[in-house]
Design a binder for this molecule. Sequence first.
Ligand code: UN1
Length: 513
Amino acid sequence: TMKHATLLEQLNIPEVAPAYSTGLEDAPVGGREIREVYSPVDGTLIGKVEMATQEDLEKVIVTAEEAFKVWRKVPAPQRGEVIRKIGEALRKYKDPLGKLVTLEMGKIYQEGLGEVQEMIDICDFAVGLSRQLYGLTMHSERPEHRMYEQWHPIGLVGIISAFNFPVAVWSWNAMIAGVCGDVNIWKPSEKTPLTAVACQNIVKEVLKEEGLPEGIFSYIVGDATIGSSMSHDSRFPLISATGSTRMGKKVGEAVGARLGKSLLELGGNNAVIITENADMEMAIRATVFGAVGTCGQRCTSTRRLIIHESRYEEVKERLVKIYPTLSIGNPLEQANLVGPLIDKDAVVAFQNALSKAKEEGGNVLVGGEVLEGEGYETGTYVKPALVEAQNHFEIVQEETFAPILYLIKYSGTVEDAIAIQNNVKQGLSSAIFTDHMREAEAFLSALGSDCGIANVNIGTSGAEIGGAFGGEKETGGGRESGSDAWKAYMRRQTNTINYGATLPLAQGIKFDL
Ligand code: UN1
C-alpha cells in the first residue's frame, strides 16, 4: 500500500476503504471480507476495500429511498447547480484521479486523464440539461382541453459498471440521473473499487457543502451476488448495466422478470471498413488507436478490419510495420502507448482467442506474445496481435477483450463490406473510411450499418459525450450519455386537462346517463 500512499491520501482513500458509502456516511470498517487491490501496472498492492454484505445493501437502499423524497423536490436547475459543483471538484482532482484510473485499470495516463475529462464534460452537459428536460405539448381533439407530457424522476437507479471505464461510465449515469431527480447506487467492478471510492469522496465534498442529505449518490463494493440482488429488487425501477453480454443477459432477465427497466450497454464487435476510396493515412491511424488503445479493452475497440481487396496488401504491410514499433509498458510513462491487460485471466483469454483463430485457419501476422523481463513482471503486458481471418470464424464472432485485430478481405462493392460488418451478433460501433460520397451515405443509410454508432472517417472508439452512446442487438439496446438519453432516467406522464364545463369523450363516444 505504502508505495501509493500519497496518491491515496490526495484522494482521501483510507487504508481500508469502506464497503459502502451513502454520500455523507461511510460504512463502519471492520468485520467484513477484505479485498486487496493490485495494480496491473506493476503488481503492487494499491489499497484495500471491504466487501459489502446483503445487510449493507439493504441499508444503502433504505437510505437512498429516503433521500429520493427530498431530492425529487429540489428544482431541476438547482440539482444542476449541484452537478456543476461536482464538475468543478472533478477539475480539481483531474490529475490524481486520472492517475488512479491508470494505476488501478492500466490504461495509459493520457487515457486516464481523458476519462476524467469525459466525466467533466458530462457534468457540463447535465447542467445545461437541467433546464431542458422538455416534454411536448399536444393539441387535444376535444374542445377546451389541454394535453401535454411531463417527465418526473424515476426513483432509485442501480448503476453496475465495468472495469475498463471505471469512472466515466458511472458519471454518464449518475450525473444525468442526478439532474433528473433520481438517486443512485453504484456497484463498481470488483476489479476497480478504489476509483469508485475516490469519486464518492469528491461527490461527498460537494454534498456536505450543499447541506444535502445522504443517499443521493451511494456506492457499494460487492461481488456478483450484490449486482444480482440489485437486479431482482423492485425498489430499483431502473438498472443501468455496462459489461459483457453474458452479464447483461442475466441482469436483463432479472429486471425483465419484475417488469423493471434496464439500460444495457454490453459487448461490441466493432469494425472499420476500408474501401477502395479510403484516405489511407487517416484510416491507419484510426485503426491502430481503435485496436490497441486501452489495450483493446474498450467496448468500442476496433476488432475487425474489413478491407477492399485492392487495398488489402497495402493495409497489411503498413500495419505489420507499425505494430512492432508500438511502445508497450508502464502506462504512467508518457512514451508508452500500450499498457497492460487488466489481469492474468485477460491474458489467458487473449492467448486462447489467438489459438482458436489459428485452429480455424487464421494467420497471426504479428503479436500475441506475453512480455517478460524487467518492467513486465506482472505478466499482464502483451503484444497486440494482427490476424488474417474470416468473418464467419467462431472466434471472430466473439468479443475478446484484448488487442486482437482481425483483417478481413472483401471484394465487390461497399454493400458487400456492410454485409460482413453487420454479420455479427453485436451492434455497438462501426466506421467506414472513404472519400466517396455514395459509399459513405450507403453506410449511414437504413440499409447500412446496423450499429448504434456509425462513423465516417473516424474510428470506432472515442465517442464524444454529446451523442447517445450504446448499440443494438446483443449490445443491449440501451443509450447513455448525451442527446435525449436522459429520458431513460425519468418516467413520462401524459396529462389532459379539461378547462370547460362539459365532459366530451375522446373518439367522439356518446355515453349519456
Ligand atoms: C466503454 O468502453 O465502455 O467511445 C465506453 C469511447 C469512450 C467510451 C467507451 N468514450 O470509446
